[in-house]
Structures are given as structure tokens and as C-alpha cells.
Design a protein around this ligand. Structure first.
Ligand SMILES: *Cc1c(COP(=O)(O)O)cnc(C)c1O
Length: 390
């Protein structure tokens, strides 16, 4: 019989892996050419939306991800907004999105004047549940002239956002099948999953468009930043055009042929990104090693387990994830209290978006698994810091 409580054994296990020093949830690390490239960028005076680092960063992103085109923008939310717009999402369309995600996945839909429609996730990949989605849509929708309509609201359902939770690829093959059957465009929110592959394909390259984030808490950072990935030349050019205020290139005239956005990633941020991307492989190695260390501790424990990359996937292990065997908010919060007081910054999963006031008015399926996972998930310190794994 265990004499020590679950929260205390979890904190002990984390301490065994990380040592006694306090740890953040996810800290950026700058161990390469960051200062050199940023200094070079400043000296060039090209710190804003044009410059060699932007071009280099976009080209490096295509090489790493295998996408034909990459368009860098100011952040992941802007990338998603633009991606949905390019996918043709317009006023009054519905877009399916998991309720268990960072709020930006849903706010980008609302920026388009469209309606987020919340769907449930499964517990093997933590992404949208394709089986549940298929039966839900079969009941709820009817097709007319090739467009899927929500019978209850009369609105067209245009797209499905596939998000790769904590860096673990969703069930893409199955979701692509469902999307085909209901004529839905797939936009991948790969904000958390740079370095994660689904059957050897980089996440964000399987849908029509994918988006990345380089915020400070993500696996690599440009301070703030994001990118769109696509294999479609027309979409890529359109993305670049709309993100540069839809200005028609000209030596001196300021003419705009559409309502565009000031969404281009500044060259100075891209300089940081080029240096970070060089270190992505070593960061991923560290993060996988950290997972293995946690795994060896948590595999001995009853009542909780650590989430491992799904089969056929290579995950970046952006955030290490503990899951209680049974949903229990009280126990979850005791564990969070214990870990955080010991200096190990830990947090629960996001509140389901449909439970947030500004989003409560939007349609939703029943969200049993999302609720269970919300009540059982704890993210623990996950930085790729070298010191952690010595
Ligand atoms: C971080 C994140 C975003 C937004 O990225 P920002 O660069 O912070 O705007 C979008 N979706 C998900 C799932 C994220 O985790």
C-alpha cells in the first residue's frame, strides 16, 4: 500500500527528472546564431517586412517541412485567420473545430465573420474524433449542390480545423476521409507541432493549408511569429499579397486591389527564426529524451500515465502531458497545487472554448471526451533546456 499521496509522488517523480531548481512550463532557449543574425539584420537596416532573413526563413521552412511554399506572418493567429480566408471561409459559414484547443483556433474563425462549431476529441491522438464526427455530420447535415448544410441552422459547413494537440498529430487519414465525404476543406492548425510528423509527412502539409506559430512558448520562437504552409502556388501568392496589405508591387505608387492585412513577419524576427530553425533537431532530441525520463518515472505509478506519441507518428513533445486514469478535478487541482508550490510550473488543459462566455453562443456537439480530458490532463515542465537532461 502506498503511504505517500498521488500528488506528492508525482512531484517527487518530476523532481527526480528535473532536480531541485524551479522550472517553467516551456522556456525558449537561444544557443546558436541568434545574436549574430539579429545584429547583422540591424546593421543592414532592413528590420521590417522585407529582407534576406524573411526569404531565408521561408525557404528553410519549406525545406524542413516539405511544403512547397511557406509564407511567414506576424503570429500564429494571423496565419490561421489568413488560412481560413484563403480557404474561402466567409460570413455565416460554419467551421468545425475541437473545443479543447487554444482560443486562437476559434477566434480566427470569428475574425472571418464565420461561426465556430465545436466538436469532440478522442483520447488516442487528442485530436478531433473522426468516427464521432462522421456520425454527427451524417445526422446533422444535408448536401445541396455539393455544399454541406447544417440542417438545424441552415448554414453551410465549409471547413474543418485539424489541430495537433500538444504537438501530437491528429488522426489525419481518417479526418481527411470524413472531410472528403462532406466536402469540407481541411486547414491544419499546426501551431504546436513544428517537428511533428504523421506517417513521415510534416504536420500542416496534409490539408489545403497549414499554420505554424513561433510564439515564445512554442518549440522554436521568433519572439512573435507564424507561417502558412501550402503546396498550392495560387494560394501561396494570394497569402503573400493579402499579408502585405494587398499592395500592388510598384516602384512608388501605393495601390491596393483588395482589403489586405499588415501581417508580414519583420526581418528582425525572421533572423531569430533562422537561428532557431538550425537548432530544431537538437531541441527535438532533448524533448524526446525528457519524455523518456518522465516515462521511466511515471510508468511505475498507478492512477496516472504520461501521454506517448501516437502510433505512426513522430511527435515533437511540445508539452509533456500527464493524464489521470479517471477524470477528477479535485485531485487534478491538488496535483497542480503540489507541483506549482514545489516550483515546477504546471497547468491544466485549456477550458473548453464553448464554456467561455464569448463563445457560448456557438453550436456544439456533445463533448464527453473533451470534458473527461479537461478534468484529467496536467502539463508539466517541458523545456528543451540542455541542463535538464544532463
Ligand atoms: C499558439 C497557438 C496559436 C496561436 O499562435 P500565436 O502565435 O500565439 O498567435 C494557435 N493555435 C494553437 C493551437 C496554439 O497553440
Amino acid at each position: 500500500m502506498d503511504l505517500i499521496s498521488l500528488p506528492a509522488s508525482i512531484t517527487n517523480a518530476v523532481r527526480k527528472v528535473l532536480g531541485n531548481n524551479p522550472q517553467k512550463l516551456h522556456e525558449p532557449t537561444f544557443d546558436g546564431n541568434e545574436l549574430k543574425y539579429v545584429e547583422d539584420c540591424i546593421k543592414s537596416t532592413y528590420v521590417s517586412s522585407v529582407g534576406k532573413y524573411v526569404d531565408q526563413f521561408e525557404s528553410d521552412l519549406t525545406k524542413y517541412t516539405g511544403a512547397k511554399y511557406a509564407i511567414s506572418v506576424v503570429n500564429g493567429t494571423a496565419a490561421l485567420h489568413l488560412a481560413l480566408k484563403l480557404a474561402g471561409v466567409a460570413q455565416n459559414d460554419e467551421v468545425l473545430v475541437q473545443a479543447f484547443t487554444f482560443v486562437a483556433s476559434a477566434s480566427a474563425i470569428v475574425y472571418c465573420g464565420a461561426i465556430p462549431h465545436f466538436v469532440d476529441i478522442e483520447n488516442e491522438n487528442l485530436g478531433v474524433d473522426p468516427i464521432k464526427l462522421e456520425s454527427y455530420l451524417s445526422e446533422l447535415t444535408e448536401k445541396s449542390s455539393g455544399v454541406t448544410f447544417n440542417k438545424r441552422t441552415g448554414r453551410p459547413i465549409k471547413a474543418l480545423i485539424v489541430m495537433h494537440t500538444f504537438g501530437h498529430p491528429s488522426k489525419l487519414d481518417e479526418l481527411i476521409e470524413v472531410a472528403k465525404r462532406f466536402n469540407l476543406i481541411i486547414v491544419e492548425d499546426a501551431a504546436e507541432s513544428i517537428g511533428s510528423f504523421y506517417k513521415n509527412k510534416h504536420t500542416g502539409t496534409l490539408g489545403l493549408i497549414g499554420t505554424l506559430s513561433f510564439n515564445g512558448n512554442k518549440t522554436i520562437t521568433t519572439g512573435g511569429g507564424g507561417a502558412l504552409l501550402t503546396n498550392n502556388l495560387g494560394l501561396a501568392s494570394h497569402a503573400k499579397h493579402l499579408s502585405t496589405t494587398a499592395k500592388i508591387p510598384h516602384k512608388w505608387a501605393f495601390r491596393h486591389d483588395d482589403i489586405g492585412f499588415n501581417y508580414r513577419l519583420p526581418n528582425i524576427n525572421a533572423a531569430l527564426g533562422c537561428a532557431q530553425l538550425e537548432q530544431l533537431p537538437s531541441k527535438l532530441e532533448n524533448k524526446e529524451m525528457l519524455f523518456k525520463k518522465y516515462q521511466s518515472e511515471f510508468s511505475k505509478m498507478n492512477g496516472i500515465s504520461i501521454f506517448e506519441q501516437p502510433s505512426n507518428c513522430k511527435s515533437n513533445y511540445w508539452l509533456q502531458t500527464l493524464i489521470l486514469d479517471n477524470p477528477n478535478m479535485e485531485l487534478r487541482d491538488e496535483i497542480l497545487e503540489d507541483l506549482n508550490s514545489a516550483g515546477f510550473m504546471s497547468r491544466p488543459g485549456w477550458d473548453l472554448i464553448n464554456t467561455l462566455n464569448p463563445y457560448a453562443c456557438f453550436p456544439s456537439m456533445e463533448l464527453e471526451m473533451s470534458t473527461n480530458l479537461f478534468e484529467s490532463i496536467i502539463n508539466i515542465p517541458s523545456s528543451a533546456t540542455l541542463e535538464l537532461i544532463k
